[in-house]
Design a protein around this ligand. Structure first.
Ligand code: PSV
Ligand code: MN
Ligand code: MN
Length: 412
């Protein structure tokens, strides 16, 4: 087999002039500028673990404050124009006014997430509950979220279920599946034309014997049965240890059923730590699959959302840091030399192919990202700009601590 001859052990810097011509560099820069990330309202409020919710001085206490913080993240990064909301955490009476308020700040509402886990009635589940009256309540809540989405001009309902059981025999697993199919069909039928239903899965927590929507295969099956407006959402923290995320992403992309992401990182379980902070190479490999699929003629719509609830760290800065990590993984994936990769793959050059990925991963993309920001009229260093802005002190003064303000799952 042909081994690569011209690869010095020092690796190849993809940003070096002889590696990347001006047109390629320009197209990478433009892609970085176009790539947007949705931030979660619940990431701006106080949240914590089941042991303690630490108050962060100035943490947002209501939807308007969350939108204001999210708008700042957008102003500093230029790529976060949408904010996901959770209902009823973010419930308001006048959605027209919320829409106008958000627009005035330069952002808009993105995915609407129904809470199907916080009511007493949901002890044994929501859409899968054995009691039809509880299932009705859960369906009604999602239908209300569809109305809210319409009112704020959002086209996305993002559904995660806490449903499951804790003990063998607690409920009939197939009956629960049938109930879920029935309730989801009713929800799907109520979607507005063009609206998307993103189905998120998680293999454990808060239920521990079984979770009704445990993995991508179950989400895939339900989405396929429902129809083209249903898609699978991959939350990067919702898999057993050792799962190959890039493979799942490639598979779902190829089946044209991937609809979106909830980004976060973890070391043990659904830790909701800053995306890319623990496993940056894994995040890069996920983006490598996304970039490879984006060059296909029918590039799918994928919504890139952050789903993190910061416990001990400053919330706005953590959000900006998360955005920077995602951008850096994306930029590196854009730099993968796909021609050389294909050649190495065809030649059976296992380590040559690996090094093509590694070269992109090890390229320092910070100057490229700084250039993209400067071209967008932004400070090249959003963290420094945030720290200089005085916003953190300002909100710490203006927002006295509120008990049990915005909380995030779990345990808040
Ligand atoms: C559940 O763990 C989850 O990932 C869902 O996406 C919820 O919407 C979110 O966390 C709430 O924090
Ligand atoms: Mn999630
Ligand atoms: Mn989660």
């Amino acid at each position: 087999m042909k081994q690569e001859q011209d690869q010095p052990n020092v690796g190849r810097d993809r940003l070096a002039s002889e590696e990347l011509d001006a047109a390629e560099r320009r197209s990478v820069l433009e892609a970085i500028k176009r790539f947007t990330i949705e931030t979660p309202s619940w990431g701006y409020g106080d949240s914590g673990t089941r042991f303690k919710v630490f108050h962060w001085p100035g943490a947002a206490r209501n939807l308007r404050e969350k939108l204001a913080d999210a708008a700042l993240v957008h102003r500093l990064t230029g790529v976060c124009p949408r904010v996901a909301i959770h209902i009823p955490w973010d419930k308001e009476d006048d959605w027209e006014a919320v829409k106008a308020y958000a627009a005035g700040l330069g952002v808009r509402i993105g995915a609407v997430n129904p809470n199907l886990f916080q009511d007493e009635e949901y002890r044994f589940g929501s859409l899968c509950h054995p009691d039809p009256a509880v299932r009705r309540r859960a369906v009604q809540h999602v239908l209300e979220c569809i109305q809210i989405a319409r009112a704020v001009d959002s086209d996305t309902i993002s559904l995660w279920l806490a449903d499951g059981t804790n003990y063998p025999g607690q409920d009939d697993l197939r009956a629960r599946k049938h109930r879920l199919e029935e309730t989801l069909a009713e929800i799907y039928a109520a979607l507005a034309p063009g609206m998307r239903l993103l189905i998120e899965y998680k293999f454990f927590e808060p239920a521990f014997y079984h979770t009704d929507l445990a993995d991508w295969g179950m989400a895939y099956t339900l989405a396929r049965k429902l129809g083209p407006q249903a898609r699978v959402l991959v939350d990067t923290g919702h898999h057993p240890q050792g799962t190959n995320l890039a493979h799942i992403v490639a598979f779902l992309l190829d089946e044209e059923i991937l609809g979106g992401f909830h980004f976060n990182d973890r070391r043990y379980a659904d830790d909701d730590l800053i995306v890319g902070s623990q496993h940056p190479f894994e995040l890069f490999l996920v983006f490598n699959e996304l970039v490879a699929a984006a060059s296909q003629p029918q590039a799918p719509r994928i919504d890139y959302m952050i789903d993190q609830s910061h416990n001990i760290e400053p919330k706005i800065e953590a959000m900006i840091q998360s955005v920077l990590h995602i951008q850096s993984a994306y930029a590196r994936a854009l730099l993968v030399d796909r021609r050389r990769l294909a050649e190495a793959q065809a030649a059976g050059d296992v380590l040559g192919a690996y090094r093509v990925l590694r070269d992109a991963f090890e390229t320092d993309v910070r100057p490229l990202l700084a250039q993209a920001r400067e071209e967008m009229g932004l400070d090249p260093d959003p963290i420094a700009a945030f720290r200089r802005s005085g916003y953190a002190d300002e909100v710490a003064r203006a927002r006295p601590a509120s008990k049990g303000g915005a909380s995030g799952y779990p345990g808040a």
